[in-house]
Design a protein around this ligand. Structure first.
Ligand code: SF4
Length: 388
């Protein structure tokens, strides 16, 4: 896994749920839906979205939304940023920025690559800022009475939600982050019989997503989702088949050349921080000519995050991966640009793709943490800094 420091937040969530002044909304990350069932005796990869919604409503959440909606937003913003760079020949490759463990690694160990990172916030943080900007008016409440919870496969997301960049007016965009394991524990604490629940549907508009937003949970998913949009942008033609199966697979580093119309793109899809480090070194040394690099710190992607149920079965990662690809197939829409609620959001709130308000709410900046690290090591152990 890419991050291993859990900070339990169950008590804060129980407190918010019992506070009558608070409206508590929740977003569910893509990878959670194919793993939570394991805590209740189901096979890895079984999609339990409907039962999760039912459980969350029983626990007292007012609205249940999907991080995949924000992943669709990420695709539109990140692809637009990427194609802009490609057209202008600027700062390539573009590295993805949706994995906070990778972002922090880059800030600490290769800050000279930070201008190459996409300025897009992660889907969790896009959801948080959008929810805080729009839901108070929609729900007729004060902003300070809205409490946003995330359910994530990831412990690094807890750190991300507390970063100063993601606080507005002294309040975080995401108030509490639960891991999949913590969510399962809450269901057990409440005595809910998870397997007997009747599935319920997610709330609109932030609960509506396409399959592109769902496959974000596996390695290669972000690249595939970006290709599904980039293809239409570059060729002006609607995709016949949404799949770019060539970017899928278990190898830790996958280099792929993909032709979209007249444009040839060179992609590197990387998972595991050791592999990320090797690719980053090549880029830094000028030995790589990639256009786009996807990095996920956890081997396999978010489906194998540190907050997921622990499994000792050999095929768990494979089953969870297949579960997400199957979930994509069973949805009606597979490309982010087809999400009708995104179009609505862009016209009502975001001033269009890459627009002024979109930049305020959906993008961010990074800064080097190297000096702090070097100083820290030089104080504690000068040889430690060298070993890094
Ligand atoms: Fe978290 Fe996913 Fe990154 Fe793992 S790959 S650290 S689960 S965001």
């Amino acid at each position: 896994t890419g991050a291993i420091t859990p900070r339990p937040q169950i008590d804060r969530v129980w407190q918010a749920l019992s506070d009558e002044r608070k409206t508590v909304v929740v977003q569910i990350a893509p990878a959670v839906r194919v793993a939570l069932g394991e805590m209740f005796g189901l096979e890895a990869g079984v999609v339990t979205t409907g039962k999760m919604v039912a459980a969350l409503k029983m626990l007292g959440f007012d609205k249940v939304f999907d991080t995949s909606f924000a992943a669709d937003l990420t695709v539109l913003e990140e692809t637009t940023e990427f194609l802009g760079r490609k057209t202008r020949g600027e700062r390539l490759p573009q590295f993805t920025s949706c994995c906070p463990a990778w972002v922090k690694y880059a800030e600490q160990f290769c800050p000279e690559l930070l201008p190459h990172l996409s300025s897009c916030r992660s889907p969790q943080q896009m959801f948080g800022s959008l929810a805080k900007a729009t839901l108070p008016e929609t729900l007729g409440i004060e902003r300070e009475d809205l409490f946003v919870v995330s359910i994530m496969p990831c412990t690094a997301k807890k750190f991300e939600a507390q970063r100063p960049e993601f606080q507005a007016g002294g309040h975080p965009d995401v108030d509490a982050v639960l891991t999949t394991q913590e969510f399962g524990k809450m269901i057990k604490q409440a005595g809910i019989q998870f397997n007997q629940l009747t599935p319920e549907s997610l709330d609109l508009p932030l609960g509506f997503k396409t399959g592109a937003g769902v496959i974000f949970g596996v390695t290669g998913g972000v690249s595939e989702a970006v290709l599904r949009f980039a293809y239409e942008k570059l060729t002006g033609v609607k995709l016949d088949s949404a799949d770019f199966a060539e970017v899928r697979g278990p190898q830790g580093v996958r280099i792929r050349q993909i032709k979209l119309g007249d444009v040839e793109l060179k992609l590197a899809i990387v998972h595991g921080l050791r592999n990320a480090r090797a690719v980053a070194e090549d880029v830094r040394a000028g030995k790589a000519d990639y256009d786009f690099v996807e990095v996920m710190a956890c081997p396999g992607g978010c489906i194998a995050g540190a907050g997921q149920p622990v499994s000792f079965e050999q095929d768990t990662t494979q089953r969870r991966t297949q579960g997400l690809y199957d979930a994509d197939k069973t949805l009606q829409l597979h490309a982010s640009q087809e999400n009708p609620y995104l179009a609505q959001c862009y016209s009502s709130t975001l001033d269009g793709i890459g627009g002024r308000r979109a930049h305020e709410l959906l993008h961010t900046g990074y800064s080097s943490r190297k000096r702090v690290m070097d100083e820290g090591f030089s104080v504690l152990d000068p040889s430690g800094a060298k070993a890094l």
